[in-house]
Design a protein around this ligand. Structure first.
Ligand code: SF4
Length: 411
């Protein structure tokens, strides 16, 4: 085990703001309790908490229980907050101490992974304070090693080893692949949508190599791609990637309307953002599709000129944080290209919502962008259906390869 931990630099500055938080993690969320913590709570003798811990920590139905997901905190029916939240402070932490928190509560918003004994810690951007720190760093996200910290109630997101024979090739080359992927996404020589396409083109090559005989050694491919970018290969010309505003508008709008119709909107802050997007886009209601497209192109240009262009680092930081915290490109969920495709769709969806919000409000601020990304993440991070539905709609529309991803993200 390595006694160092790798983390984005913003983690050093992160501190929960407790009662000041505008979207506390203790509200409108299923706060899960593991089996060990549940039984520990049942034996607490604290005068003020004994009864509350018996009444308000509710075991799941037997058929739904697992070791990690054994019970959940009852939510206050009036406020929607965890019933242990007293005046913005957690009663369990205040009365019994941090060691009594369930792994979920003790760890959030940290997302902790371990690869070959090295710990990696980042934050879920569903936490407003973490989102502010991570997203609003104009220089981009830097990483640093700090002394490793680990409590008995730490919750691990994933613990992997690249040494086993069964490890997928993306895990064996995780470090090299991820370094180049982050290098690409942080390369400001190119526009961000172009960087996503460069990453997608690289992922395509990795998948092809991984499925062939030479899967054992990806090092030459990684170096070749890096050198190609430095030598201004054809991929570095934005016009290499096709653009289609009409396809983009139709598909992204279909995805957003699908999300709304499925009643998947739980987070109040996200609902406000979505309503603002709708009001912005509905200014073109009743027009022919050609006129709607002209309207979209105009509001996109306005939003780009007044906000998106100068604040591209916000979405760059979002993508870098997502890749680091989810161990990109390791996944049980498809090839490396599929991971980039999903990242590209998230990027395009968030950008489109910002454009609609800009049309509604006549301007955008950094706070608007943070609010949208934080609430979007909070609304969908734990949704079982969200990713599945997005992938299904994209498959049905034939968005499964480089060219189609380009139509969604390039502008
Ligand atoms: S969401 Fe973040 S800042 Fe807000 S209460 Fe939770 S950990 Fe603290």
């Amino acid at each position: 085990m390595n006694n160092q931990s790798l983390q984005p630099e913003y983690m050093t500055r992160f501190q929960c703001i407790g009662a000041e938080c505008e979207d506390t993690c203790c509200a409108f969320w299923n706060v899960t309790v593991d089996k060990e913590t549940y039984h520990r709570y049942q034996s607490v003798k604290h005068p003020a908490l004994q009864k509350r811990l018996k009444d308000d920590v509710v075991p799941r139905r037997e058929s739904e229980r697992s070791k990690l997901n054994y019970a959940s905190m009852r939510l206050n029916s009036e406020t929607g907050a965890c019933s242990f939240l007293d005046h913005g402070l957690c009663a369990i932490q205040a009365e019994l101490g941090e060691s009594y928190l369930s792994p979920t509560c003790a760890t959030y918003p940290r997302r902790i992974n371990e690869i070959d004994g090295t710990q990696e810690v980042s934050a879920a951007l569903s936490c407003p304070e973490a989102a502010r720190l991570a997203l609003l760093e104009p220089r981009g996200i830097d990483f640093e090693y700090v002394p490793r910290q680990e409590a008995a109630n730490t919750q691990w997101n994933a613990r992997l080893t690249s040494q086993s024979a069964a490890a997928p090739v993306t895990l064996k080359y995780l470090w090299d692949l991820r370094v180049l992927a982050i290098e690409i996404i942080q390369n400001r020589q190119f526009g961000l949508s172009h960087r996503i396409m460069l990453l997608a083109a690289f992922a395509d090559l990795v998948d092809e190599a991984a499925s062939g005989q030479a899967a054992e050694d990806l090092t030459p491919l990684i170096e070749q791609f890096r050198n190609g970018l430095a030598a201004q290969s054809e991929l570095t010309i934005p016009q290499t990637f096709p653009v289609n505003h009409s396809f983009q508008l139709k598909l992204l709008n279909e995805l957003l309307v699908g999300i709304m119709n499925e009643n998947q909107i739980i987070n109040v802050r996200y609902r406000d953002c979505l309503m603002s997007y709708l009001r912005g886009m509905q200014q073109a209601e009743g027009l022919s599709f050609e006129r709607v497209l002209l309207f979209y192109e105009k509001v996109y240009r306005d939003c780009h000129d007044t906000f998106l262009n100068q604040h591209e680092y916000i979405m760059e930081n979002y993508i870098v944080n997502l890749m680091f915290s989810t161990l990109f490109p390791v996944s049980t969920d498809g090839k490396m290209f599929d991971q980039v495709l999903y990242i590209g769709i998230l990027y395009a969806l968030i950008r489109m919502q910002l454009v609609g919000m800009c049309a509604d409000q006549r301007k955008l601020t950094e706070e608007d962008a943070v609010r949208l990304i934080q609430s979007f993440t909070k609304n969908f991070d734990h949704s079982r259906h969200f990713k599945k539905e997005i992938v299904e709609v994209c498959k049905a529309e034939g968005v499964t390869a480089l060219g189609h991803l380009s139509l969604l993200v390039m502008y």
